[in-house]
Each structure stands twice: as C-alpha cells, then as structure tokens.
Design a protein around this ligand. Sequence first.
Ligand code: BDR
Ligand code: CA
Length: 304
Amino acid sequence: RRKIIFDCDPGHDDIFAILFALAHPEEFEILGFATVAGNQTLDKVSNNLANVLDFLHLDLPIYKGYDKPIAKPLEVQPLAHGESGLDGPVFPKKEHQFQTKHAIEFYKEMLETHDQISIIAIGPLTNVALMLKTYPHLIHKIECISCMGGGIHEGNIQKRSEFNIYHDPEAAKIVFESGVPVILNPLEVCVAGGITFAEMDLFNTKAPVSKLVYELFEFYSRYSKEHNMSSSPIFDVCPLFYLYKPEFFKGFKANVFIELNGNYTRGMTVVEESEQGNTLVLFDVDRDGFIQSFIESIFTLDRN
Ligand code: BDR
Ligand code: CA
C-alpha cells in the first residue's frame, strides 16, 4: 500500500481526487492532509475539507500550512470555485478542530517515521517547497511528488501559466530543482482526460456520495459550459490516478524550469525533454478508461 499525503486547497477537483483515493484503500493509505492557500484562503479550504470528511464520517487529520505564497500576495479563485472555495453543496455550520501542528511539521514527523511517502500536490506548492527547504535531510524519504500544475504549451490563468504554478512560482522552482522525482500532470493531460456533461449527470442519484459529487459538478461545470467546452477537466484527479494506473498515461522525462520574471510569462513551466531530467511530464491519458474508473470509484463509496 502506498502511503500518501495530500497537499491541497479544496476546491472541487481536490475533493474529487480525495474521494478517488478513499475509494481505493487497498492501494492508498492516506496519512493525512496538508492544506494550503490557493483556490481560497487557508481557513476556507481547510473548512471545506473538514466539511467533506465530516460528511463521510471520517476522522483523518488535517494540518494547516501556509496562508500565502512565498513572494506575492494571495489571489484566490472565486470564479472557478466560488466564494467558499467549494460552492454547490450545503454543509451543516460547524466550528472544526484542526491539528495544532503546522503542515511542514506533520511532513517532518511522517518522513521521520515512514520509509517512503508519496506526496499528491494539488494546490500551489508553498508547503512542499518550504518543507523541502526546512528539512533537506528528509528529502530521500519522498518517493515522488505527483502534482497538478503547469502546461507544456498552455496556460489557464495567464496565456502560458497555470494557476497552481502561477500562484507560487518561487515555490514551484524550489520543488522542480530539488532533485525529488516529480510527476507533472500539466493542463494538456487534464484536458485530454475531461469528463463530459452527460457523464456528470450519472451522479444525479439519491446515494449520498454520488449526490455530493453531482452538486459539486453543478457548480464546477459552469465554467466549462460558459466557455462552450464539451467536457470539464478534473485536474487534480490526474496526479492521483497516475499512481493508480500509470499504464493509462503517456509522458516523457524532462527538466522543468519555472519562469519567475517575464511580463507575460511569470509562472510558466518551461519544459525541456531530457532523459536525465527529474520530472516525468505527462501529456495524454486514456480518457475513457480514466473517467470510467473515476465514476465506478465514486459509486463504490456509496456501497461501503
Ligand atoms: C488547478 O487550479 C485549481 O483551481 C484546481 O483545484 C487545480 O488544482 C487547475 O489549474
Ligand atoms: Ca487544487
């Protein structure tokens, strides 16, 4: 069983990824969650995750991390994820209790006590970068960082920059230069693996988890519908799904450089194909197999 830590900013697609992992306990042991400011403020994204875990009656630890990027002010994403960061479903109002340790102290403890840990990084890379900088002697315990971010040729927040990388490029640079094996799931692979609106409708049932997913999609798909897209990428599910079924993906080894300057290109991932590179850049996925597995996995959660 692979031991994983989610570093996340939930976020609709962050929740889809977490649900997918929960549906596969034979494959993934979730050690806990580190939250980071991104789609919304640190408090909002942490609350969103706590609401979902409560809804599922799960008691998994949530450690709050950094509340802003390393070198720029926080810019949240209300258009994509709403004012709450997880608009759509309504959860009971509740004051959640979070772990008192900082997320990077949680990483330290886990890396000290386990042999190998995989990090699923699906928000800005602030926590991961500052953890690598603070505890370099533990880096060898990280099996890989599978992250959603960047684009080979595309951007979504700027012409050539994707949100997670653009949001904290200084952090991304630290991660890509760290020497840790990175699996990069850029926009291209996420777009190739999009879910159609008809497939989203399959979740319109009375079963609680499917209904939650349906309500999340109702809000989340607005962006794709307004932009006349035929499907919606479920970005953050890709890095988790790669660890589950790597054979469904196509990719190449590369060095990835992060643009920190540039009037038009700050936060761009500059990808240079190289057999010696420490990053596996994915560019395509078997869409039908991926989405079918995603749908079945969510349904499994309602059967258990
Ligand atoms: C990424 O940005 C966030 O809005 C999503 O959760 C995903 O991690 C996509 O660019
Ligand atoms: Ca995310």
